[in-house]
Design a protein around this ligand. Sequence first.
Ligand code: PSV
Ligand code: MN
Ligand code: MN
Length: 430
Amino acid sequence: MTTQIDAGLVDEANQQGAAHLQADYDHLGAVLARRGIDIEAITEKARDFAVAVPSWGTGSGGTRFARFPGPGEPRNVFEKLEDCAVIQQLVRCTPTVSPHFPWDWVDDFSELRQHADALGLGFDAVNSNTFQDQPGQPLSYKYGSLSHTDPAVRAQAVAHNLECIEWGQVLGSSALTVWVGDGSNFPGQSHFQYQLERYLESARAIYDALPADWDMFLEHKMFEPAFYSTVIQDWGSSVLCAMELGDRARCLVDLGHHAPNVNIEMIVSRLIQFHKLAGFHFNDSKYGDDDLDSGSLHPYQQFLIFNELVDAEQRGQAGFNPAYMLDQSHNVTDPIESLMNSAEEVQRSYVKALLVDREALYAHQEANDAMLATNTLKAAFNLDVSPILAQARVLEGGAAQPIAVYRASGYRCAVDKQRPSSGQSGSGIV
Ligand code: PSV
Ligand code: MN
Ligand code: MN
């Protein structure tokens, strides 16, 4: 396997920080031991944790006002994978990449798979794109795709989803994520029920074509690009459609796709209860679909979501196997740094949720002791689990301090020389 960053640099940095990490780890181990928790068992769980990187997150995202490309941005999916390999080399909890088509379209998908293999990467869910018109595309998605009033546009959108499945099969993926921007911008513009019926008919054509080992993830989003109504605007519409389609259709929760203050952890619990949780697009937001870095604004919310996930995991909920993916847009940071940091923040929430004294929590819930119940969650959330995360990375061959090593490596500067800017702003990143 080719490594992107000199392995010697990683080892050297780890050795330099080893004594401090061991001291911090031992101290945390003693704190956890007083709570009856074995730090080694938690570190093992941290080592097993994985979250997929979105291929589109490796370039600067931009907004509808402007995109400010950074140096050495990947110009194609091969280079995107190389950046993803840097992330995985240093954080060791991002072994897969979620591709987006046609942004990541290539002539030869076996070659792409080989490239990923050589970099030690696999592929997670593939994403279709019927929210943009592509060059040379016969029919426009201006008025929708899977729910368009014109059957020919719907057929084109269905066909694209089917080709995404074919490409994904070559890559070794086993899930298709479908997010559509279909909706309306004016009251009266669309008939809500007819529009959803059309969506369902198209979604059924995709669902029926799924290979036996594939799942279909329905991603809801409240608004944007449609500003009055969106066809799959919330988890209600999403779960109704998933129930109509069948067991292999489930709901994908993107944290930025809800109204402000919505109780997302409770939505997660409901989806788990009814076996309809597909997985996540992790990110953070203050206003809407901001696509800010995971845990940068609402780390407690992210912890509460993982509290539900760990609860389900520990109760052995049947069929519980959510897919974890990042979905972020990086505008003012180096995307590699943001993705490394975000992966760590998602892993941090998971590890903290593992520390919740669940028996105590259940007892406080039964006794209606709101104060002790909520403090039981806080007792886990308030612990700094950084030494566990660093230790897990080091044991997996990654870097205790990923961003420091990444900066010391000069990777961005090196690829800037190899990847002259195309001068285009539309590098498949929106
Ligand atoms: C839409 O806002 C979304 O969250 C979907 O997951 C898309 O695939 C992705 O962003 C593309 O930017
Ligand atoms: Mn998303
Ligand atoms: Mn989004």
